[in-house]
Design a binder for this molecule. Structure first.
Ligand code: ADP
Ligand code: ADP
Ligand code: ZN
Length: 218
């Protein structure tokens, strides 16, 4: 696919595959992937001022306040690498975030990956992430070649502390209350693409690529 410009938002519940599909697009198409979750986790790991502010919120499965999240994305979207294209993985997550984004960038589409809650629990409790490069694995659906070692960089795989069952339930609640209304918000603007996120990742990616073209400027 030859794309001039592709400014996308990835919606969908935790575990829908937003990170997996956006990393595939970043690798195969060169579109920068921006994950607010990754940015917050890096800040926590590095114990920056931001990290100290958001640590307890992430651990509890709540949402970081809009002001803070919006400021981070506004700054990131001012970098030259995202002038033509980006995929926002996990932002916006609330209506005020979406409204703020509209004031400083114009996304072509919001892609909603639909996955039922029971499949989400299976996906998240099996998720393993590379500490070094952020690659995403699954104990059952995408195991690494060598146990606990990243295929790509040899880094150590770990289980995110918010992927425990109790925290997943809190995150799903936050999703249904705060994030799901964004589906109607983008549908109302004629910018919603709904994709079935339940088949294997290659199938989801292929469907995404074959459907997204109609939202992009020629
Ligand atoms: P997942 O895709 O599994 O839900 P993420 O890595 O996107 O997880 O996000 C991890 C956590 O980071 C969220 O549970 C939330 O605490 C915080 N977070 C990420 N993005 C946002 C956002 N746009 N607004 C508020 N909090 C966010
Ligand atoms: P999100 O970013 O939406 O929270 P991830 O991309 O991190 O979701 O995926 C959550 C877990 O589910 C990971 O362990 C990933 O390997 C696995 N996964 C993602 N997409 C699929 C898929 N289409 N089929 C099976 N497992 C998947
Ligand atoms: Zn790695």
């Amino acid at each position: 696919m030859n794309i001039q410009s592709m400014k996308l938002i990835f919606l969908g519940p935790p575990g829908a595959g937003k990170g997996t599909i956006s990393k595939m697009a970043a690798e195969r198409l060169g579109v920068p992937q921006i994950s607010t979750g990754d940015m917050f986790r890096t800040a926590v790991k590095e114990k920056t001022e931001l990290g100290l502010r958001v640590q307890a919120i992430l651990a509890a499965g709540g949402l970081v306040p809009d002001e803070l999240t919006i400021a981070i994305i506004r700054e990131r979207l001012s970098w030259p690498d995202v002038r033509q294209s980006y995929i926002l993985d996990g932002f916006p997550r609330t209506i005020p975030q979406a409204e703020a984004l509209a004031a400083f960038s114009s996304p072509d589409a919001a892609v909603d990956f639909e996955v039922r809650d029971d499949l989400i629990l299976f996906r998240l409790t099996g998720r393993r992430v590379c500490r070094a490069c952020g690659a995403i694995y699954h104990a059952v659906t995408k195991p690494p070649k060598v146990d606990s070692i990243c295929d790509l960089c040899g880094g150590e795989l770990y289980t995110r502390n918010d992927d425990r069952e109790e925290t997943v339930k809190a995150r799903l609640r936050a999703y249904h209350e705060e994030t799901e209304p964004l589906i109607g918000y983008y549908a109302g603007k004629g910018r919603l693409l709904t994709i079935d996120g339940s088949p294997d990742a290659e199938t989801v990616y292929t469907t995404f690529i074959s459907e997204i073209g109609r939202f992009l400027k020629k």
